[in-house]
Design a protein around this ligand. Structure first.
Ligand code: ADP
Ligand code: MG
Length: 350
């Protein structure tokens, strides 16, 4: 997992250090270990090879992708001036995502008073011989973590309009189409807030602080493996909302309503971990209670979308070391409600 200290803001984060920063180790389906880290200038020649191979393996388009114009020098410059994430398998670089923090390529005229411009992901590439191992998804996950720890709030990318399947892939990773730009679509998403949570007590305390931002009608989707801490976080939220308890894992009951003891919103706690699909959750008919309560749905990893347009997505992960209780909680604001309270949310949880 990512081990970084939070720095002040997205735009200046890249000045810090030019040493390779380890980001994650992930077991891929064939049993090998994928290492993710930031690149150093010496990696440039190997990265160029991967970028060229990945973009040449796509259907040809006219004009050709600018990725094919990358050279050792241009990539070394991005490593120095921006940030480059790489994936390493068997000591070889097999994937990369390059990040430009300047905002210069984006269509908008960015107002510097509105904070740093969105980080732009570029040249997202996986070696054609290493596809089907989930490398691109792993790189996106750690890139979002990295951006979160650097204090970035928004991330954007371009997809050439000849590749609707690539657009759909990014949409599955939470990116949303915002506008056309020349021959490309612009897709964007919020960078999650990332919180390090060392103990179960700290997880409850996080829930309590989070409750301070919540109001009737809010929907929270908590994902993470069994034992990640979804119910523990919900207990803290219940305490913060002052609802009647106890908040427990509802093994036989899918959904439990905890009324407020102070005239505030009730907490509707749904444990959908064992349900097979979001259709089954929709079948629970939560709509009736949604508007006058806070609804928290516990869910298995990676299938939360589609339950509500406005939602706070909470993903809880453990590190690689099983003896370490630390959890990493990522909070992704989705939709206008959550985008508008982002600053408040940051204040409450960071
Ligand atoms: P889930 O609802 O995700 O299946 P639970 O909250 O029911 O998970 O269980 C999490 C378990 O892990 C609890 O027994 C809790 O005490 C323990 N735990 C240990 N460290 C942490 C931590 N940092 N955050 C949350 N829970 C933790
Ligand atoms: Mg649970």
């Amino acid at each position: 997992m990512v081990r970084l200290s939070t720095s002040a803001d997205c735009a200046t984060a890249q000045d810090e250090s030019r040493a390779a920063l380890p980001l994650a180790e992930i077991d891929v389906p064939d049993g090998r270990t994928l290492y993710l880290r930031t690149a150093v200038p010496e990696d440039a020649p190997e990265i160029v090879t991967v970028v060229h191979a990945a973009f040449r393996a796509r259907r040809p388009v006219d004009p050709p992708p600018t990725a094919l114009l990358e050279s050792d020098e241009t990539i070394a410059a991005t490593i120095t001036e921006g940030e480059v994430v790489i994936a390493v398998l068997d000591d070889r670089i097999v994937g990369t995502i390059m990040i430009d923090f300047t905002g210069e390529q984006l269509p908008e005229n960015h107002d510097p008073d509105a904070g740093p411009p969105p980080a732009l992901l570029e040249r997202v590439s996986v070696d054609p011989n290493a596809q089907g191992l989930g490398i691109a998804s792993a790189m996106v996950l750690v890139t979002l973590d990295l951006l979160a720890l650097q204090g970035c709030r928004q991330v954007a990318l371009f997809v050439r309009q000849e590749f609707p399947e690539i657009r759909r892939w990014w949409e599955r990773h939470g990116f949303v189409f915002t506008e056309d730009h020349q021959r490309s679509w612009v897709l964007r998403r919020a960078v999650p807030l990332l919180v390090e949570v060392p103990t179960a007590d700290a997880m409850q305390a996080l829930g309590e602080r989070l409750a301070g931002v919540l109001r009737s009608g809010d929907v929270l989707i908590a994902t993470g493996d069994l034992g990640a801490g979804k119910t523990t976080l919900t207990q803290g939220i219940g305490r913060g909302l002052a609802v009647s308890g106890p908040v427990i894992s509802p093994t036989f009951v899918l959904s439990r309503i905890h009324p407020s003891m102070v005239g505030g919103p009730a907490l509707v706690h749904v444990d959908a971990y064992r349900l097979g699909s979001s259709a089954e959750v929709l079948d629970l008919d939560l709509e009736a209670s949604l508007s006058d309560s806070v609804t928290l749905v516990e869910w298995g990893a990676g299938v939360a979308e589609g339950l509500a347009d406005d939602r706070l997505e909470i993903d809880i992960r453990r590190g690689a070391d099983p003896s370490d209780d630390t959890r990493w909680v990522s909070l992704t604001p989705v939709g206008p409600r959550w985008t508008s309270v982002r600053a408040e949310l940051e204040e409450a949880v960071l």
